[in-house]
Design a protein around this ligand. Structure first.
Ligand SMILES: [Zn+2]
Ligand SMILES: [Zn+2]
Length: 234
């Protein structure tokens, strides 16, 4: 029997690594895969996949109803791109692109016909989620990456689904423990700086940036922005 590669075994894996380095014994129970992922991790992958289409729509709505660029008043003289829309587009492209890539990957691995037609984004998402739902049990056991430990960079289909789901949830602020810092990221300039409850750093949630700032760095950055703003308004 093999340990489930999912997050259910995070604590167990840490304790095992600790035991391997300095003989610290632990009594954290392992969750076995059946045969690869455990039933809970399998169930979670199904639920998260099923929730993705609605979350993708919510990301689009965020672009429409998020903070609009201001063109009036003194702030209008400072260059402000349409950050919310841009960030939503990038997040959508990232998730939809990933879903279609995973579908193509599984079609190839299972010697199925290639994906036909390039419909609208909505239609592609619906078709990809339907296909992936039908093939998810296979993907969580037979996919070459099915046994990879879940992390943000893993090709494990279950880990990828979790990463997209989490990113979408955070983007649409359904993660209640997140504090949104409404100042553009110093690197990508999108309004995607967040601090999670209990985190000692501020993180850019733009999937292509993911900059980390300490509170001190964040403070310096806002100070500098305020200075630039004053310069631009004199
Ligand atoms: Zn598990
Ligand atoms: Zn950024």
């Amino acid at each position: 029997m093999k340990a489930c590669p999912g997050t259910c075994n995070n604590a167990w894996r840490l304790a095992e690594a600790q035991q391997a380095t300095d003989d610290t014994r632990h009594d954290i129970p392992v969750t076995w895969g059946q045969p690869v992922h455990c039933p809970r991790c399998t169930h979670r992958a199904h639920t998260q996949l099923a929730e993705l289409p609605e979350l993708i729509v919510a990301i689009g709505l965020e672009a429409l109803h998020g903070t609009a660029p201001k063109n009036t008043g003194t702030i209008g003289r400072v260059h402000i791109p349409a950050w919310p829309g841009q960030a939503a587009r990038m997040m959508t492209d990232h998730i939809v692109g990933g879903l279609l890539e995973l579908e193509d990957d599984i079609r190839e691995l299972r010697s199925l016909n290639a994906r036909t037609g390039h419909g609208s984004e909505g239609r592609n998402v619906t078709a990809a989620v339907r296909f992936l739902t039908a093939h998810l049990d296979w993907a969580l056991t037979e996919h070459p990456a099915a046994g990879e430990i879940h992390d943000r960079l893993s090709a494990n289909p279950a880990a990828q689904i979790t990463t997209w789901h989490r990113a979408a949830q955070r983007f649409t602020r359904r993660d209640a423990r997140l504090e949104h810092h409404r100042v553009p990221c110093p690197r990508c300039e999108l309004l995607t700086l967040y601090r999670a409850d209990g985190d000692d750093y501020i993180e850019c949630r733009n999937i292509n940036c993911q900059l980390l700032l300490t509170p001190g760095e964040y403070h310096d950055h806002t100070h500098q922005l305020a200075g630039e703003h004053r310069m631009a308004t004199v």
